[in-house]
Design a protein. Structure first.
Length: 184
């Protein structure tokens, strides 16, 4: 996958990205919302090995670039029956809350619907992550369930999550806003 719009790029993560992904995934501040306040404790080699198994048909981890600099990551997993599950993190705190999430998600989802043939996108988010919920709902995602105290993080703290889904017909992104996107 290679999608560009203005100064933003979403591309397949490669072995060369493993060091940066490792730094982000081992940072508890970045990973706390996902239930890993101590980080993942993963190695660059383990990430390289995992990335080697990515395919367009099964799952793909991608990195996000702003003006050629890595600022975050995205992923999708084929769940079957025309459904993809996605995730996004703007990992560089200096680049958060600038509207990039909405633009990046629109670019990514447009490609998944129109170039990769998915009919539905699903995701979940920590119930405390209200900023992400606002972005998802602005794009057209609908809440399908709220899961109170449904799992525990690394520290054993109960966490709640919200499940969302988006169908191609509910996607609030005009084709012109996706202009310049070129999946590869």
């Amino acid at each position: 996958m290679l999608i560009t719009q203005g100064n933003l790029t979403i591309r397949n993560a490669t072995a060369d990205d493993a060091e940066q992904l490792c730094a982000w995934w081992n940072d508890g501040k970045i990973m706390a919302h996902a239930g890993f306040p101590n980080g993942l404790g993963i190695t660059p080699q383990a990430i390289r090995d995992d990335l080697a198994g990515d395919t367009d048909e099964t799952c793909r981890r991608c990195v996000i670039e702003l003006n050629g600099k890595l600022i975050g990551e995205m992923n999708y997993r084929n769940k079957g029956e025309g459904t993809a599950e996605i995730g996004i993190k703007i990992c560089e705190s200096a680049e958060q809350e600038k509207g990039y999430g909405t633009t990046l998600l629109s670019m990514f989802i447009d490609a998944l619907f129109h170039s990769y043939g998915y009919e539905k996108i699903i995701l979940d988010t920590n119930a405390k992550n209200t900023r992400a919920q606002h972005v998802y709902e602005k794009i057209g995602f609908k809440k399908v369930s709220e899961n109170r105290d449904s799992w525990k993080d690394q520290l054993g703290e109960p966490q709640s999550s919200i499940d969302y889904e988006l169908t191609k017909s509910d996607f609030n992104c005009s084709p012109s806003s996706a202009a310049g996107n070129t999946p590869a």
